[in-house]
Design a protein around this ligand. Structure first.
Ligand code: 2HA
Ligand code: ZN
Length: 273
């Protein structure tokens, strides 16, 4: 079939456009990747034309032979829906997980996202941690979570607790909490290693003064996770702007919520203030 009609491509493009409409993808900001199912890649095999092998810049042996749909470096997610052939690409990894080759897309030239090492290392960690359930890694630049990285302590505990307190749904949507990466140079292997370490425990990693990474099973859940975290951050920015909290959700109330909703909330996030 024509890849432009494939459901996985349509879903990917819709998510990229949704992020653009949220204001999370100024210029070429942010990037998205999806680990394609074997039956999905078979259904579009006639559209694939492999180019030369290129080094990934890191090694992801657990993902050897896998195919990914990813956004292109320097491409604008704003153009994903109107110009998918040039904005995104299909990648194949070699069996060792050391090299990739472009099989479709980037029609006017270019490379996969500058954050390819972070995307693939996060995919590898999540592939192993979830038994292959997680397929989507999403990086965006939402303004409110970035603003909070100038004000809150840059710790997993501070961010998790504050975000949980801002919306009752938060501890249910991300019960494991969120991780925080201190400011680092983006695009390389070091920030990829730091992020993928956090992804062993969390589905969300915040990059100080830069943005956020989310991992999830499908486009709805991963977009919804980014959206929920950013909405909570927006509420906190408003609350701080109004002079700070006068009341909030207490630790014993979080424990009550956890029991009723069947989630377990780590006690290290529920200290008495
Ligand atoms: O420009 O978001 O982190 C793409 C990015 C780099
Ligand atoms: Zn970025």
């Amino acid at each position: 079939m024509d890849i432009l009609e494939a459901n996985f491509l349509r879903g990917f493009l819709r998510m990229a456009n949704d992020g653009w409409e949220q204001g999370w993808h100024e210029r070429n900001g942010g990037n998205l990747s999806y680990r394609i199912r074997p039956e999905e890649i078979e259904s579009v095999r006639e559209c694939l034309t492999p180019r030369e092998w290129q080094p990934i810049g890191t090694v992801v042996p657990a993902l050897g032979g896998a195919y990914f749909l990813v956004t292109g470096s320097g491409k604008f997610l704003r153009n994903a829906l109107s110009d998918p052939e040039d904005t995104v690409c299909v990648l194949e990894l070699d069996e060792a997980g050391e090299n990739y080759r472009i099989c479709w897309g980037l029609s006017r030239g270019g490379r996969p996202t500058s954050e390819l090492p972070s995307h693939l290392m996060n995919h590898e960690v999540k592939f192993q941690a979830t038994g292959g359930r997680h397929r989507v890694i999403y990086h965006a630049h939402p303004a409110n979570i970035i603003a909070l990285t100038f004000v809150l302590p840059l710790t997993d505990e501070a961010f998790t607790r504050e975000l949980w307190e801002m919306a009752t749904e938060c501890p249910v949507v991300f019960p494991d909490g969120v991780g925080v990466v201190p400011w680092m140079v983006p695009g390389g292997r070091d920030i990829a290693v730091a992020t993928s370490e956090l992804m062993k425990r969390y589905d969300v990693a915040i990059w100080a003064h830069h943005g956020m990474f989310c991992s999830g099973e499908d486009f709805d859940l991963t977009f919804g996770l980014m959206h929920t975290v950013e909405k909570s951050a927006e509420i906190l920015v408003k609350v701080l702007s109004m002079g700070g909290k006068r009341q909030t959700i207490r630790p014993e109330e979080f424990r009550h919520l956890a029991a009723d909703f069947g989630v377990s909330l780590p006690e290290r996030f529920l200290w008495e203030k």
